[in-house]
Structures are given as structure tokens and as C-alpha cells.
Design a protein around this ligand. Structure first.
Ligand SMILES: [Zn+2]
Length: 290
């Protein structure tokens, strides 16, 4: 008898999806851990299972024999490649970033989304699936609106019946099951946002940064501003020492009044830890600032 996992894998292949095995939550010392075993795993139970798919997402497959081999043991999480590879794009609703509210307000403006396939994520979110429109669809986080991500070409989703790190399973929405509901086209307003907002967003963000670096920050905003600026610079892979020098100069010339240097160093180090890992923190700590 086929396992639930294999049953889902077969369903996905019948829909034309390419699938791949992902890491999964693993109980250790009565807590759930990612099966990769790394304490600092950045995508617990969501990243490709490298021993089986050495090239990650590129090894996603539509081959039934492979799917049987990967998923007969009901052990792995299962991913679906999105984009042209599977003929779909996915709107990812993240309730932790108010995706529910954003979608509700967009629907009240443009009308409700058409009935189509929907998967419920183990983290309380939702994946709404549309037919791929045939043009290039980039992956994006928050480009459609706060809490709304798009998984397009070169992306993937964690799919039912995978287990989330919360211990809850992903599930196909019973009211939006591929066996009952046809796959819908994405509405024009959504596609417009998905394809056009990248440029619009970029322009809006650039204007914000320009005014920030020109006008500086006053008491009450200084720490947040320095953290954001550090995130911007480090996120673009600027050397942490250069970043620290630039942020110290910003603090001295644009913050009214400037924060103590050691506070700036601590903020930059904490952002560096988040953006670049512990090694960068070590380098900063051993630097000649502070
Ligand atoms: Zn992991």
C-alpha cells in the first residue's frame, strides 16, 4: 500500500509537477531539529536533501521511478519546483508578516481571487497556486505586498504532507483540491504586481535610502537607522570593517546627537552576526574600533 507521502508524490507528478526530497523535522532530546543536524540551519525542514539531490532544486524530477525511490519510505519532506519547470506560480501568504490582511485588502480592491488549488502550510500560511503565464516570473519576497511572497521560476515550495518544524503537517485545502477544482490563471492585477513591482519597489526603496543618508536620524531613531543602514551595507556583501567605518562616519555627521561609538560597534556587530555569521563578528571584535 502506498504511503501518504508517495500518494501525494504521485498526485503531483500527474499534475505535471517536478518534485524533490527535502530535509524534515527530526526528534532529538524531545525537541524537533532539522534532519541536516546543523544547529544553525537557516531553513529547517525546508531545504533540499543534498545526499539525494546533489544539485538541489536542479535535480527536481518528474520521473515516476525516482519519485517512488525517494518517497516510498515516508521519511522526507517533499518539495515542488515552481515556475516553468512545473507550469505553476505560487502566491505564498505569510500570516506572521500580515499576509492575510494584505491579501484581504487587495481582494477588496480588485475582487476575490479565482477558485484554484490551495495548500495549507504547517506554519499557518497558505500557498495559492496559479497556472504559469508563460513569461518569466521572478521569485519575490513582499513585492506584491507585505507578507505576500511569490514563488516563480527557479523557486520551490514545501508541499503536503510535509511536516513543519512546529510538528504540524502541510495539507491540501479540502475546498481547493486539485481533484475537485481546476487550476486558475492568475488575475491580471496580480501578474502586473508580480512582474512590475520589482522596478517600482526598487525606485521607492532607493528614494528612502537617499533621504535617510541625506537627512540623518534624530534621537529615538538613531539605533534603528544604524541597524537598517548596517543591514543594507552588509546585505550587499560589503566588508564588515568598511561597513563599520561608513556607519561610524554616518553616526558622527548625520545623527543628532551622535551615539557613543561603542554602541554603534555593538549594533553593527549584531547585524553582521545575523547577515554574515559568527566569523564576521569575531573579525569585528578583534578590530581596531571600540
Ligand atoms: Zn537543515
Amino acid at each position: 500500500m502506498a504511503t501518504t507521502l508517495l500518494h501525494h508524490a504521485r498526485l503531483y507528478l500527474s499534475l505535471g509537477f517536478a518534485v524533490l526530497p527535502l530535509h524534515f523535522p527530526f526528534a532529538r532530546n524531545s525537541a524537533l531539529q532539522c534532519s541536516c543536524g546543523r544547529d544553525e540551519c537557516r531553513q529547517p525542514a525546508k531545504h533540499p536533501f543534498g545526499r539525494l539531490v546533489r544539485n538541489g532544486l536542479k535535480d527536481a524530477s518528474k520521473d515516476p521511478a525516482k519519485a517512488e525511490q525517494w518517497f516510498h519510505s515516508a521519511r522526507f519532506n517533499i518539495g515542488i519546483a515552481t515556475g516553468a519547470a512545473s507550469g505553476i506560480i505560487v502566491l505564498d501568504i505569510d500570516p506572521r508578516h500580515a499576509g492575510d490582511e494584505t491579501l484581504a485588502s487587495l481582494e477588496s480592491e480588485h475582487g476575490p481571487l479565482p477558485a484554484t488549488w490551495r495548500f495549507l502550510t504547517g506554519g499557518g500560511g497558505e500557498h495559492i497556486i496559479f497556472r504559469h503565464p508563460g513569461c518569466k516570473i521572478p521569485n519575490s519576497a513582499g513585492a506584491v505586498g507585505p507578507g505576500l511572497d511569490v514563488r516563480g521560476d527557479g523557486g520551490y515550495i514545501v508541499a503536503p504532507p510535509s511536516l513543519h518544524m512546529s510538528g504540524r503537517p502541510y495539507a491540501i485545502s479540502v475546498d481547493h483540491h486539485p481533484e475537485d477544482v481546476p487550476l486558475a490563471e492568475a488575475p491580471a492585477w496580480l501578474l502586473e504586481r508580480v512582474t512590475a513591482t520589482k522596478a517600482v519597489n526598487k525606485a521607492r526603496k532607493a528614494a528612502e535610502w537617499r533621504s535617510l543618508t541625506r537627512d540623518g536620524a534624530v534621537d529615538g531613531e538613531r539605533n534603528v537607522t544604524i541597524a537598517r543602514l548596517s543591514g543594507l551595507l552588509l546585505g550587499r556583501r560589503l566588508d564588515p570593517h568598511i561597513c563599520l567605518d561608513l556607519v561610524l562616519a554616518f553616526n558622527a555627521t548625520r545623527c543628532k546627537p551622535p551615539l557613543p561609538d561603542d554602541e554603534v560597534v555593538a549594533t553593527v556587530a549584531s547585524i553582521a552576526r545575523r547577515e554574515l555569521g559568527a566569523r564576521a563578528l569575531h573579525r569585528l571584535g578583534g578590530g581596531d574600533h571600540g
